[in-house]
Design a protein around this ligand. Structure first.
Ligand code: 13P
Ligand code: SF4
Length: 357
């Protein structure tokens, strides 16, 4: 029964004490979030993993790339556990290492490897956190860096101090929205496709490019539309709209603000009683904010419930199962990144952690 499941989780947490830390992403369901020692966006959770070096086990209630990142940053004597191994991210799966290598080689052939007069290299790879450890390692090896939705502009500025252009993967929308906010015109943010001759672009377009976009997207955030924003504004005069930067650019342009899951939370926190706020992001976060602020009208822009189906795979039953294992001295569902991949990936992650606005 549910009661028995929750009793097991509470008992295991008590038994394991400080040897255990549970991290929960904002998109996790409330039945799971209630057990998290830290709840945050993907950047905050990467840092949270570092704040508890005493914990032997880091149980990550989130998706696979987040657990990999925690494993890369965690100490050698810490282990990271993902309660359900099927909790992936479809966007992260849209960029595989071979395809990125192929695109990279074509681009290196075009741009060469000689730095310009200011010492900037012709091209730098930048990966969104939502990517495999192998791609973070690729960035580490090629002078590149990782970004999250909360620091993408800072990271791109860091990149442009060191490179003339950026190859940005996997999320085209975060790349396009961030470049646009930095004043880079659309003709300098072409989308490339490794399956098309010349990456699907003319040589002239590629030469003038500043941010070359991979074709990945988030199936949750691509559902949001400008029509939904117009409808919300028509229904509620003065309605404020905030969306995640994984939404398509017209949606971000039509919203009042765009930001990471934590930026969405702080936007709501800074609002006033009586305010009406329409949010373009995953439903678990929107519903939690609506429950936390009952004196405001807070709703999801998409009237059809849009959960992230993979985040949702972390059911309390899996959490109970991995915690029971730890109590019995059995490690279940450990995420362990190969040492050589982890070493290179850590270089790219540490560049991100050190890049300050
Ligand atoms: P945040 O970095 O904003 O938490 O986003 C992670 C994510 O997967 C959004 O879809
Ligand atoms: Fe991946 Fe989208 Fe789910 Fe975030 S919401 S984990 S980007 S599929």
């Amino acid at each position: 029964s549910d009661d028995e499941l929750h009793a097991r989780i509470r008992a295991a947490k008590k038994t394991l004490g400080d040897k255990l830390v549970i991290l929960g992403h904002f998109y996790q369901r409330d039945e799971v979030v209630q057990y998290a020692d830290f709840v945050g966006d993907s950047f905050q959770l990467a840092n949270a993993a570092l704040t508890r070096p005493d914990a032997e086990s880091i149980v990550f209630c989130g998706v696979h790339f987040m657990a990999e990142t925690a494993d890369i940053l965690a100490g050698a004597d810490q282990r990271v556990i993902l309660p359900n191994l099927a909790a992936g991210c479809s966007m992260a799966d849209m960029a595989d290492e071979d395809a990125v290598e192929t695109a990279w080689e074509e681009l290196v052939e075009l741009y060469g490897t000689e730095p310009d007069a200011d010492g900037r290299m012709p091209l730098m790879p930048v990966t969104y956190m939502n990517s495999s450890a192998a791609l973070k390692a690729f960035c580490g090896r090629h002078g590149g860096i990782v970004c999250t939705s909360s620091n993408a502009a800072t990271v791109l500025e860091w990149a442009f101090e060191r490179a003339q252009r950026v190859l940005f993967f996997p999320d085209q929308h975060l790349g396009r929205n961030t470049a646009s906010a930095m004043g880079i015109p659309p003709e300098q943010t072409p989308m490339i496709n490794v399956h098309k001759p010349g990456l699907g672009q003319t040589e002239e377009t590629l030469r003038d490019a500043k941010v070359l976009l991979w074709h990945g997207f988030c199936s949750v955030h691509k559902r949001f539309t400008v029509a939904q924003i117009e409808q919300a504004r028509a229904q509620y005069e003065g309605c404020k709209v905030i969306v995640h930067p994984e939404c398509p650019k017209p949606v971000v342009d039509a919203a009042d603000a765009a930001g990471s899951t934590d930026a969405i939370r702080t936007f709501v926190e800074a609002s006033e009683p009586g305010d009406v706020i329409a949010i373009g992001t995953e439903i678990n976060l929107v519903n939690r904010l609506a429950a936390q602020y009952p004196d405001r009208t807070i709703f999801c822009l998409d009237p059809v419930v849009c959960p992230c189906s993979t985040m949702y795979r972390i059911h309390p039953g899996y959490l109970a199962w991995v915690l029971d294992g730890l109590v019995d001295g059995e490690v279940r569902n450990q995420i362990s990144v190969d040492a050589d991949v982890a070493g290179d990936a850590k270089v790219a992650l540490e560049r991100m952690l050190a890049a300050k606005p």
